[in-house]
Design a protein around this ligand. Sequence first.
Ligand code: HEC
Ligand code: HEC
Length: 341
Amino acid sequence: MNLEKRLTLITKAVYTVFGLVVIFLVFLFLLHTNPELVINKEVSVKDWKPRNPETDLGSEANDNLVNLGYKLITETSKHIGPLAPEVKARFAGNNLSCQNCHLEAGRKPGSASFVGVASRFPQFRGRENKMGTLEERVNGCMERSMNGKVLPENSLEMQAIVAYMEWLSEDVPDERIAEFKGFAKIVLPEEKADPVKGKVIYTKHCQTCHMEDGQGQRPSANEPYLYPPLWGTDTYNHGAGMHRVITASQFIKGNMPYLQATLEKPVLTDEEAYHVAAYINSFERPQKGNPEADFPDKKLKPVSTPYGPWVDSFSAEQHKFGPFQPIMAFYEKEFGIKKSK
Ligand code: HEC
Ligand code: HEC
């Protein structure tokens, strides 16, 4: 090979290497600025995890508001409940935290997670028979689950709670929203939910934490619960979603016993969750004022709402403990409304 040929070969080689380096650098740049273009989108959607307030917040003003929302969700009674220093700040009537039902600060699938919730509001609400905002939905839980009063919509606390939910909802891939919504599915047994059967399950699976008397455990009366109460005076009232046997059994299936059950790997069978839900809801609890006003269009009331009035003639006992299929069949036949709860 003569010198000239060799030089051309070397030049070509140099150009090729240079070209490859440039391509590689462009790839690195894209990976850095816009990973989704380079990394397989399927994989990134699958591996996506909800944001974590403990690690993913900065120091901008909005991050501080989100952080306040996070505190309100996880230590509710200390900020806006009975443990708040100022009486006028006490909007929640019990010492539960939102997180007691919306687990991992609203990040756990199967516990009516807040991940993606902001994109579902405003939505139609049968309980009020009108379009409702996210603020109004939060207040639904304030008046029932927290057995308290509405939090003013322009208060810093309400803005912080909503900012936290919006922050959790901001980066969720569309494909992942559904798995965080609502609770576990359950095939309803075609029998009455039985508190006597439920007690056996309670003793075996629940009592170590929630105690035999259902009052949970906390270090002292001035501190929030480590294990929240399930009945009695310091818990959700009779107008709350958790007081409906169907909703409670769905919650329990995906979340209890705590740290064991997940949406994907429940511990209890559908029957066990159903009966234990009846057991915890068979005791006295605070009464929500003016329950008759709920669901102005009574046809839209969930079949498992344990308080009247109803537009059917099933007994109060059956609305509370089932079997629910005959009531559902009635609404479908009579009004063409398919109900699942
Ligand atoms: C005792 C349990 C419990 C507590 C405590 C609780 N919630 Fe809820 N929450 C529920 C249940 C049950 C539902 C769903 C009700 C239904 O499907 O009818 C719900 C639904 C919601 C929703 C709507 C979710 C969606 O996907 O549409 C929001 C928002 C919400 N709660 C906010 C809060 C906030 C904020 C707090 C604290 C101030 C709180 N909740 C405390 C049980 C609870
Ligand atoms: C290992 C302890 C433990 C066991 C066992 C356990 N729980 Fe819980 N439970 C908790 C904790 C802790 C929470 C609150 C979760 C949080 O704040 O993150 C909770 C929350 C709840 C709630 C919602 C909050 C409330 O006060 O109503 C219900 C309902 C509930 N548990 C029912 C049950 C039932 C039924 C069983 C048995 C099948 C059970 N739990 C077993 C620890 C436990």
